[in-house]
Every structure is written in structure tokens, then in C-alpha cells.
Design a protein around this ligand. Structure first.
Ligand SMILES: NC(=O)c1ccc[n+]([C@@H]2O[C@H](COP(=O)([O-])OP(=O)(O)OC[C@H]3O[C@@H](n4cnc5c(N)ncnc54)[C@H](O)[C@@H]3O)[C@@H](O)[C@H]2O)c1
Ligand SMILES: CCCCCCO
Length: 384
């Protein structure tokens, strides 16, 4: 058995109407001046106002930053840090999708250390303490509320990661009711993103371990069983809560057993064409599964057993066939674009995308099968 290290967030609360406890949780963290990070879409849903009112009623002074943009641009992150420093906040809360949660992480970190953002891109470069941090996901989801990762889009459209245990929050609060209003196409994109986290954590080549495996299998089972329900009937609170739990478990899994080629090939789609993160993953998922089949059939067969209760596949190829079939059928049912050509990508763009994907070696090294430039190009061609 290979040695391994497993990291996790210290405190997870999953509670219907749990958002009513945010004032209590902030006070427990001795926060008096809270910086709330979200985006305009969340403000429009009306979800934020009652939460801010309950926090204020608890005597917490609020500074609201609602200018987060998808795939947070570096300048937006820096604007949030400046606003937090100017307000002299002593705690941060992210409430929203992964873009808001990642921005909140970096605000908490950069308000607590003397470092600059461009000093901490990469793995383990952050130093010092961060401000108290509460994360409240409203998509299910990136799992960002339980990962040590924050992704920023640089002015050259490159997606860069900050990876540090300092980015784990003090509290991750799951409240299914906050996701009830998620539109079907966003429910689908973020749900498939969470499934990709579980799939890629389970097939990851370098840091796969028994704990991440157990989390990935449970995550995939929860997500697969509930994504169709949540997309078809967003008011189903049980399905919504299961999706949040599944995306959190998948987040814990890939935080310790990192993602591979699906994410590496998805990043350039987000960076250059502003394709939403979950959709970027979905667009290349089927072709990457087909590409990995020569080395990953046994793993895909285990994943097939996780989503097809009662089925056992003695023949790995048969199990992998079943897994690929189920995933392709599920993606095809999702209410969003299915091909690269539908999201503004031209054939002439594919070599550039493949070149950019090859720059994401920090993820490609985790893929069960080595990926060359030619492989990346052929995957994009198959997804076109
Ligand atoms: N840190 C990590 O571990 C990690 C993992 C995966 C992805 N990411 C990053 O997360 C970002 C993607 O996050 P995302 O997919 O959650 O989307 P997002 O946060 O970029 O956008 C979500 C969209 O849905 C809206 N929305 C969110 N919750 C809603 C609700 N309950 N009701 C109605 N509308 C709602 C928002 O207003 C926004 O328009 C990317 O930047 C990606 O790189 C980070
Ligand atoms: C190192 C960055 C890994 C991020 C995966 C989810 O987007």
C-alpha cells in the first residue's frame, strides 16, 4: 500500500435553512466586520438580502462585494481584496458558485498575508494566516467550499490556480434551499462538473488513494441518481441537497486526487471562449473517456458499478462500455450545447486549444493515459 496524505476542511454543516445560522457561525469565529462575496446573479435571485438582514440582526457589520464575474478575472479578485482591506474586515463569507467561493478564498488569504496575488500562483506558495472564512455554495457544483484551490483568469486569458491548505474554509455550509432557483441549464452544467470531479479523482494516476476513492464513488452515485431529477424539477429539495452533498464529496476527492485531461482541455475553452466551466468539462468528457479506455477500463467498470446498483462487471471492457454508454446518454439529455462548434469554436481554433491544453501539465500528469499534442487535437476534433 503506497503512503498517502489526505486533507479536508475542518467543519461541514448540511442543514435545511442552515443559512439562518450564519450570524451565529460568524460570531463563533469572532467576526465582527464580515466581507460578503457574491455576484450580480445571486443578488437578482433575492437569496442574499435575507441572509444579510439576518447577519446584521446578529450585530455583524457587513461589507458586500457583488462584482464577481464567472471564471474570476484577476482584476476582479484584486478589486475585492482592495475593498476588503479598505473596509478593514475581519472575516470573509463566499456565497454563490465557484467563482464567488474562489474569490472569497483569495480575499481571506490576501487580507491575512503580506503577499501579492502573483506571488502565490502555484502550489504551496502562500504564507501566513488568512482571515476567518465561511463558504456557502449555491451551485452543486464545483466543491470549491472544500478544496484548497482557487482559479483565476489572467489578463492573457490563462486560468491559473492558487493551491494552498490556507484556502480551506473554517466552515462549509450546505443549505439545499439556496440552490432551488438554479436554472436547469446551470443545474446541468454544474452537476456534470461535479461528476467529472468524481470521475477524474477516481481515475487520477498519481495521488489516487482509498479515501479519495470512497468519496468519489459515493459522490458519483449521489450525483448520477439526482442530476436528472434536479434538472427536471428544481424544486425537489431532497434532490438539490443530494447534489450539494455529491459535489462536496467530489470536491474532497479531487482536492486529494487531482483532476486530469478533462479539466486540462476544458480550461482553454473557458479562458478563450468564456464557456462556463461545467459546460467546458462536459464538451470534452465523452472524447476523453474514449481516449482513456485503453488504460482505464477497470476503473471505468468500477465507476459503472457505482452508478448501476446491483450490476457487477467481471469483464472490465464490458463495464467500461456500460459506463461510457450511461455517461454519453446523460450528457446528451442535458439542456445545453453538445459540441464545440455550438459554443463559438471554429475548426481553425483547435490547434491553439490543443497547444494551450498542453500547457496545463500540472493536470495532464494526473490523467491515466499520457496526452500528447496530437492526442489533445484529436480529442478536440472528436468533440467538435
Ligand atoms: N476551487 C475549486 O476547487 C474549483 C473547482 C471547479 C471549478 N472552479 C471554478 O469555479 C468557477 C465555476 O463555478 P460555477 O460552475 O459554480 O459557476 P459560477 O460561479 O461561475 O457562476 C454560476 C452562475 O449561476 C448563478 N447562480 C449561482 N447560484 C445560483 C442560484 N442558487 N440560483 C440562481 N442562479 C445562481 C450565478 O449568479 C452565476 O451567474 C470557475 O471559475 C472554475 O474555474 C473552482
Ligand atoms: C490545480 C487546479 C485544479 C483545479 C481543478 C478544478 O477546476
Amino acid at each position: 500500500m503506497a503512503d498517502f496524505q489526505f486533507e479536508t476542511t475542518p467543519r461541514i454543516i448540511c442543514q435545511a435553512r442552515g443559512s439562518a445560522r450564519l450570524g451565529e457561525l460568524a460570531r463563533e469565529l469572532t467576526v465582527a466586520r464580515l466581507f460578503v462575496v457574491t455576484d450580480a446573479g445571486l443578488i437578482k435571485t433575492g437569496l442574499i438580502e435575507p441572509i444579510l438582514a439576518s447577519l446584521s440582526a446578529s450585530g455583524i457589520d457587513i461589507t458586500l462585494f457583488s462584482d464577481v464575474l464567472a471564471d474570476p478575472p484577476q482584476e476582479v479578485v484584486l478589486a475585492a481584496v482592495s475593498a476588503a482591506k479598505a473596509a478593514r474586515v475581519d472575516g470573509v463569507m463566499g456565497i454563490g458558485g465557484g467563482s464567488s467561493l474562489d474569490t472569497a478564498k483569495l480575499v481571506a488569504l490576501l487580507c491575512g498575508t503580506s503577499q501579492a496575488l502573483d506571488e502565490i500562483y502555484g502550489v504551496g506558495l502562500a504564507r501566513g494566516a488568512r482571515l476567518p472564512l465561511i463558504q456557502v455554495p449555491t451551485t452543486a457544483g464545483t466543491g470549491s467550499e472544500v478544496t484548497p484551490i482557487a482559479i483565476v483568469t489572467t489578463p492573457t486569458h490563462e486560468k491559473k490556480g492558487v493551491v494552498s491548505p490556507l484556502l480551506y474554509p473554517d466552515v462549509a455550509l450546505l443549505d439545499g434551499r439556496l440552490t432551488l432557483g438554479l436554472p436547469p441549464h446551470v443545474t446541468a452544467m454544474t452537476g456534470i462538473d461535479a461528476m467529472v470531479h468524481a470521475i477524474e479523482a477516481f481515475t487520477s494516476r498519481l495521488k489516487k488513494n482509498p479515501i479519495s476513492d470512497a468519496l468519489a464513488l459515493k459522490a458519483l452515485a449521489l450525483l448520477y441518481r439526482n442530476i436528472r431529477i434536479a434538472v427536471a424539477d428544481g424544486a425537489d429539495e431532497a434532490a438539490r441537497t443530494a447534489m450539494l452533498q455529491g459535489s462536496l464529496l467530489a470536491g474532497m476527492a479531487f482536492a486529494n486526487s487531482p483532476v486530469g485531461a478533462v479539466h486540462a482541455l476544458a480550461y482553454p475553452l473557458g479562458g478563450h471562449f468564456h464557456v462556463p466551466h461545467g459546460l467546458s468539462n462536459s464538451l470534452v468528457l465523452r472524447a476523453v473517456i474514449d481516449f482513456n479506455r485503453p488504460v482505464a477500463d477497470r476503473l471505468y467498470a468500477e465507476l459503472a458499478e457505482a452508478i448501476l446498483p446491483g450490476r457487477h462487471f467481471a469483464d472490465p471492457a464490458e463495464g467500461a462500455d456500460a459506463f461510457a454508454r450511461e455517461l454519453k446518454a446523460l450528457v446528451a439529455e442535458m439542456p445545453y450545447p453538445q459540441r464545440l462548434r455550438e459554443v463559438g469554436v471554429a475548426v481553425a481554433d483547435l490547434p491553439m486549444l490543443a497547444r494551450d491544453a498542453m500547457n496545463v501539465q500540472r493536470l495532464l500528469v494526473n490523467n491515466p493515459r499520457a496526452v500528447t499534442y496530437e492526442d489533445a487535437l484529436s480529442i478536440y476534433e472528436a468533440a467538435f
